[in-house]
Design a protein around this ligand. Structure first.
Ligand SMILES: [Zn+2]
Length: 442
């Protein structure tokens, strides 16, 4: 029997291994089992498919992919994004950028450069009234710094520091790992024994396919990349980025704690928004937004910011109605509120978790009984062609229907193979079915 998938088709598939619905401890409020999510793992997801998942509320940590049940979690994780070209930096964000550039160039350089290559009156006037994001982000990079010969010293006028930023594949290096350890132990007060090289690799150097192979190519970059900041030749920060067709997603940033005063959270976000504009990625995703978490509020200051509706998967401005509602209750879906208001039952919008729902042990029942926001219902999944979804078994692709007994398996039994497959389909959404394969047995 010939393979049902040729090599070319196989390369275009994403692979998913269903792990199921689980409750875990919450890293934000420290509740023991407050965080409820559906999980899958993968060593190979195509960026275009990850884009679809992110726009359905998914996110990844290395090879672990998850979609939280926002309605049943103590600290709901809302997907947020902003349109890069519409971003308007606030005063504190502009200040952070200007401070950093001043530190890099140094007062001596700035004074001599003003004398040796003076700006025109127009340039000065323009600078005073405008903050140009792209100019500010690149101004102090060594390759952009003007270095005229200083007639006094007969030497090139050099800035105080040589600052360079490049983008490279998500490979691991000793310098990256050491910087990561320094950051985790000093900034997050973690024990050094918590992180081995292989954990670091799993967390920040794997899971999403990367294109093109050559980072210097002019093709649009997609997949998992590291933006590396070097000061006087030394690695001082690494921003981990997932590049998707529709946007730049910030995964993580770690930096040398010696430079904490320069606010790398702000500097890296500004740089990544500039990167999105220059690379033709429409949106900038700052990761999840947790309204109840004070440390996350700074993300809301990058405006205008939008939040993914957990049920309709449409986008609403964070400011205004949504923020006001989030102040009052943890779970908000404006599309649900509007639907209920149209049905003239406004009281259920405030208390949509019924008591009967709360008594369910949600790790044992079918995902379909949980009515998780943004997950397809059993009826919707029944309408999909699960029979011809691909399954990867010991390196060979087969169709689900080739499995012995498949047709007789119950769809709504979470212990049956078909039940597990149906849950994965419901969580991934309908459009990924014919672009992916399921990994189950090996
Ligand atoms: Zn929590």
């Amino acid at each position: 029997m010939g393979s049902i998938v040729d090599a070319e088709q196989a390369r275009n598939l994403s692979l998913f291994r269903p792990l199921g619905y689980q409750r875990n401890s919450c890293g934000y409020c420290k509740s023991d089992s407050g965080n409820a999510s559906y999980y899958a793992s993968s060593v190979s997801v195509r960026p275009v498919h990850y884009d679809e998942l992110v726009n359905r509320g998914w996110r990844r940590s290395g090879t672990l992919y998850y979609k939280q049940n926002l309605q049943k979690s103590c600290c709901p994780h809302y997907t947020m994004r902003l349109e890069a070209s519409a971003f308007r930096p606030r005063t504190d964000q502009r200040k952070a950028s200007n401070r950093w550039n001043k530190f890099i160039l140094g007062s001596e350089y700035i004074r001599r450069a003003a004398y040796l290559c003076p700006k025109t009156r127009e340039e000065k006037k323009h600078r005073k009234c405008n903050f140009d994001l792209l100019t500010a982000v690149h101004e102090a990079e060594y390759s952009n710094v003007k270095r005229p010969i200083d007639p006094k010293t007969k030497k090139y006028l050099e800035p105080a520091h040589r600052f360079e930023v490049n983008i490279e594949g998500d490979s691991i290096s000793q310098a990256k790992f050491e910087l990561f350890l320094k950051y985790q132990t000093q900034v997050h007060k973690e024990d050094v024994s918590k992180w081995q090289q292989k954990d670091f690799k799993r967390f920040l150097c794997s899971g999403l396919q990367r294109f093109p192979a050559d980072p210097k190519s002019n093709e649009k970059k997609l997949g998992s990349w590291h933006q590396c900041y070097r000061l006087d030749g030394k690695l001082i920060a690494v921003a981990v980025l997932d590049l998707m067709p529709s946007g730049v997603s910030s995964v993580y940033i770690f930096y040398d704690p010696e430079y904490e005063q320069w606010e790398f959270g702000k500097l890296s976000a500004l740089r990544e928004i500039a990167f999105a504009i220059e690379g033709n990625y429409q949106y900038y995703y700052m990761g999840y937004y947790i309204h109840s978490c004070q440390k996350m509020r700074y993300k809301g200051s990058f405006r205008p910011q939008y939040i993914l509706d957990p049920e309709s998967h449409t986008w609403d401005p964070l400011d205004g109605e949504l923020a006001a509602k989030l102040d009052k209750r943890p779970y908000v879906s404006l599309s649900r509120d509007r639907r209920l208001a149209a049905q003239d039952t406004p009281e259920t919008a405030e208390s949509d978790v019924t008591e009967a729902d709360d008594e369910i042990n949600d790790e044992e029942v079918s995902l379909f009984d949980l009515h998780m926001p943004g997950v397809m219902s059993l009826e919707e999944v029944k309408a999909l062609d699960l029979d011809h979804w691909l399954l990867l078994v010991h390196g060979n692709f087969v169709h689900m229907i080739d499995l012995v007994g498949w047709e007789r398996m119950p769809l709504d039994n979470p212990q049956s193979v078909k039940g597990i497959i149906a849950e994965l389909a419901a969580a991934l959404g309908p459009s990924l079915l014919n672009k992916s394969a399921v990994v189950l047995f090996d």
